[in-house]
Design a binder for this molecule. Structure first.
Ligand code: NCD
Length: 311
């Protein structure tokens, strides 16, 4: 039985298989309408979510399966003091696969170690968010044509942003990627990430001004300042508007620079940018459904061998 805790749990070959499958799903959705007939996905969300939970549910419904779950800790037995380990043991009796989001780093790993069914980490605190990374990689691969050879700027809250941590780790396995980290001093990428970059001899730099580097980027990955992870509100208020991507800043960027954002956006991308053809964040959310369909099938052992068919 396999779980997904980190994007590194899949080899790059396995990821390739997943992306080819997701591409086929995009083109031939009805073909997959009954792959998960009779199967159930549990979504156990101890933290707020719109996209991740609903895209998981949409993915399972598109596959002919059913969904059950809870969307806040207060409506689960966690409110009575039940441990994640006990909850997952029980959920293993009700569902075939589970996606779990938790504010505590490592909680999904604890769940996986006790689970009788595949567990997917749908975000654990400020640590990892592997299915957002699968979404980001699929978006880049589909719109850019390759996962190699580009300069990506990651901008905003690089300290607490789990999507950033997972994406950097995942991109480190591809070739010729230059990273530009754009953040205020207080929100720089954590040491464990820069250590991983150093180990791989990756090319990266850290800057504070977006305007100074935007012209060199092929991809700009904007992020929200993660208010819920701050220790005090004053710091959040001081940092929340540090970056706002506007039309003026977009005018400095390459004609084909892709703007991504895991969403939700607060005000780090001005709504006027939404009409720019380089703004891909809503399309990115759509890719999240295809890749989660591919992931659910794969973890349940129901994925067709699309790579062999292509060959
Ligand atoms: C992200 C998350 O939950 O980490 N959202 C998402 O899943 N698309 C990003 C965020 O909340 O800022």
């Amino acid at each position: 039985m396999r779980h997904l805790m980190s994007p590194l749990d899949f080899s790059t070959d396995e990821l390739e298989r997943l992306f080819v499958l997701a591409g086929d799903i995009e083109k031939n959705m009805p073909k997959y309408a009954h792959v998960c007939d009779g199967k159930k996905l549990a979504t156990c969300f101890y933290e707020p979510s719109t996209r991740t939970r609903l895209s998981f549910e949409a993915a399972m419904l598109n596959l002919g399966g059913n969904v059950l779950g809870f969307s806040e800790a207060s409506s689960s037995s966690a409110a009575k003091g039940e441990s994640v380990s006990d909850t997952i043991r029980v959920i293993s009796c009700y569902a075939d696969i589970c996606a779990i989001r938790h504010p505590k780093e490592g909680a999904p790993m604890v769940a996986a170690s006790r689970s009788g069914i595949p567990v997917i980490n749908a975000g654990d605190g400020g640590h990892q968010h592997p299915t957002q990374t699968l979404t980001d990689l699929l978006t880049i691969r589909s719109l850019n044509g390759t996962l190699n050879n580009f300069t990506i700027g990651l901008c905003g809250d690089l300290k607490f942003g789990r999507t950033v941590h997972s994406l950097i780790r995942a991109l480190l396995r591809y070739e010729n990627i230059n990273f530009v980290f754009i953040s205020p001093d207080e929100l720089k990428v954590p040491d464990y990430i820069t250590n991983a970059l150093d180990e791989k001899n990756a090319s990266y730099k850290e800057v504070t001004k977006l305007e100074d580097v935007i012209g060199n980027l092929d991809i700009l990955y904007m992020t929200r300042v993660q208010r819920e992870r701050f220790f005090n509100e004053e710091d959040y208020i001081r940092l929340k508007d540090f970056y706002v991507l506007t039309k003026e800043k977009m005018a400095l960027a390459k004609e084909n620079m892709m703007v991504l954002h895991p969403l939700p956006r607060v005000n780090e991308i001005s709504v006027e940018v939404d009409d720019d053809p380089r703004a891909m964040y809503f399309k990115q959310a759509q890719y999240g459904v295809y890749v989660r369909m591919a992931l659910i099938m794969t973890l349940l052992g129901l994925a067709p061998d699309v790579l062999d068919k292509e060959a």
